[in-house]
Design a protein around this ligand. Sequence first.
Ligand code: GDP
Length: 301
Amino acid sequence: DQGLAKTKESVFTKISRAIIGKTKVDDEVLDNLEEILISSDVGVETTLKIIERIEKRVSADKYMGTSELNGILKEEIASLLEENNSNDIADFDLPESNEPYVIMVVGVNGVGKTTTIGKLAWHFKAAGKKVVLGAADTFRAAAIDQLQIWADRVQVPLVKQVMGADPASVAYDTLSSAKAQGADVVIIDTAGRLHNKVNLMNELSKIKSVMKKVVPTAPHEVLLVLDGSTGQNAFEQAKQFTKATEVSALALTKLDGTAKGGVVIGISDQFKIPVKYIGIGEKMEDLQIFRRREFVESLFS
Ligand code: GDP
């Protein structure tokens, strides 16, 4: 179970209600289904894609009954989700050289970026990896303080400078320190100010190029953190960040208290970026690897 009880209840219950007294998948059932998917934050484009595929199957099989609808939907949704090849949170290929694996974390404030970094650090450390954190969100003092709290909690070193310092300089220091300590993995926090797209783009690309001076293959992962409970806002943020930098993986947080988990389907389909992690609570252990089969099952079981 992926801890998505609320999501499960909502999509499944709605579909069950929509097909009560119906034996065939007719236009009315399809219209209701479309509405359910949209209200579950799957997104209009992805919803229409799903409906179109089901329509095709219905016209190919005139005897298709509503009892088959859940199974078909599951198949179609799973096929839209990007496969996540990691088996475990701490499962990644370390670079060939003795250099650390570098994860650059991006996302707007409040989505759960710091918490996700803390959770990752805890999981990596528990798996025996040596972790160093870098506070390259120098825009807000609170961001540095929050990260320090997590670093203390997990007991991993944090490299930081004063508020207002050059984020690229913090990233440089962090990688240098990590390399000197023989660290396995570095997680760098960055500022997520979307109001100025050009600045964001410049800042992220500067951080990246400075990192390469220490670890030429860095960053190995650019992880975009999105709040799964914000539905279409998460969508919009994915659009902005993928324009500003190359994002390699997604973390969707706050899927515990939400009926909006459907946003995972639309984002995965529209941006072709795998959802790697899901946040299902505020504690260190509340992070899971995203598994599309389990996720789809949890929507429909
Ligand atoms: P940041 O500004 O993006 O760094 O956000 P924070 O990491 O400080 O998180 C903002 C709030 O969301 C905090 O109260 C966190 O405890 C909470 N939070 C983060 N991830 C999750 C999650 O997966 N589930 C729940 N329920 N709360 C979360």
